[in-house]
Ligand binder design. Structure first.
Ligand code: NAI
Length: 332
């Protein structure tokens, strides 16, 4: 039976992966630690490794994996910025991902964050539990009639824009590869990035992290936003310069920030650190703002998405082991 070394395992991963059609034909070796160059030796005997967003599959790691006979890196996520694709190609290691497990899950979480932040649901929840029924400080704004800027109009951006339209918002979009027919049908207006920043009350990010998009939201781009605008990032943490965001929150240039991802989330998110002293000073500072709402990379976490992630990833691993073409999601 072919062994699959599985990294950064959580109970819900085991649960959904072991329920899939091909699960019994593969030998699962579930590791709770993450894959990187220092832990790659643990893949010994496996031909496939299954990784998530914070495993670091860089050149050094890939070289070790290739030496051990690993032929396939199966990402159980959509983004693949944590894999050195050039090195993988050179080493003949296939890379697959799950391109669209549930764009609805991420789009809906984006709206959950925006609504909660704007209407201060997180603060109201705590107040009411303390029998504090005061409304002071809980004033939000109507989304209806405001302008939202959607940066990146792929699968998640499309759905997010559609939901925002449903709230009666004007929706602007920026994407170097626009979809004009979709925009026309959805009532969305494409514009350039600067106009989107200058015109939007809410800016929401739905683009991949690439060398070009790193710190797309910087001090310079925040300065071009509407004073008091709200920023939502459910895409990748490094799209946003956290230091610049903190300064903009202090000055009021940003009126609120909702994040499902954080620049330095690796080693923090997905784990319970509640009994420890948080060593990350920028995350600590962010958590002190009343107008910041953070979730720990959970936008994908629906039953539907977990089922689809497990189905596509397991089928790809099974096919690689059987020498068959991948189902979908081939990156290399
Ligand atoms: P997609 O590939 O369907 O769409 C991405 C869009 O971004 C494309 O239309 C592309 O042309 C555009 N784009 C690329 N560079 C850009 C730039 N510099 N400026 C503006 N647009 C740009 O991807 P999908 O499925 O919509 O996912 C978007 C991102 O969401 C993923 O890359 C991933 O990082 C993130 N994500 C986050 C999850 C979470 O749990 N928080 C779960 C799934 C995805």
């Amino acid at each position: 039976m072919r062994t699959v070394a599985f990294y950064d395992t959580k109970p819900y991963d085991r649960d959904y992966f072991q329920r899939t059609e091909h699960a019994n034909q593969l030998g699962w070796r579930f590791h709770e630690f993450r894959l990187n160059a220092a832990t790659a030796a643990s893949a010994s005997g496996a031909r496939s490794v299954c990784v998530f967003v914070n495993d670091r599959v860089d050149r050094a790691c890939l070289m070790l994996l290739a030496e051990l006979g690993v032929r396939h890196v199966a990402l159980r996520c959509a983004g693949f910025n944590n894999v050195d694709l050039v090195a993988a190609r050179e080493l003949g290691v296939a890379v697959t991902r799950v391109p669209a497990y549930s764009p609805h899950a991420v789009a809906e979480h984006t709206l959950a964050l925006l609504l909660a932040l704007n209407r201060k649901v997180h603060r109201a929840y705590n107040r009411v539990r303390e029998l504090n029924f005061s409304l002071n400080g809980l004033v939000g704004f109507d989304l209806h009639g405001k302008t939202a800027g959607v940066v990146g109009t792929g699968k998640i951006g499309h759905i997010t824009a559609g939901i925002l339209r449903g709230f009666g918002m004007n929706v602007l979009a920026y994407d170097p590869f626009p979809s004009p027919d979709w925009a026309c049908d959805a009532g969305v207006t494409y514009t350039n990035f600067d106009t989107l920043l200058a015109s939007s009350d809410v800016v929401t990010l739905h683009l991949p992290l690439t060398p070009q998009s790193h710190h797309l939201i910087s001090a310079a781009s925040i300065a071009r936003m509407r004073p008091g605008a709200v920023l939502v990032n459910t895409s990748r943490g490094k799209l946003v310069d956290t230091t610049a965001v903190i300064e903009a929150l202090k000055s009021g240039q940003l009126g609120g920030v909702a994040l499902d991802v954080y620049e330095e989330e690796e080693g923090i998110f997905f784990e319970d650190h509640s009994g420890e002293v948080l060593q990350d000073d920028e995350l600590s500072r962010l958590l002190t703002f009343p107008n910041v709402l953070i979730t720990a990379h959970q936008a994908f976490l629906t039953r539907e998405a977990l089922g689809e992630i497990a189905r596509v990833t397991t089928t790809n691993i099974h096919r690689q082991e059987a020498g068959e073409a991948f189902l979908e999601g081939t990156v290399l």
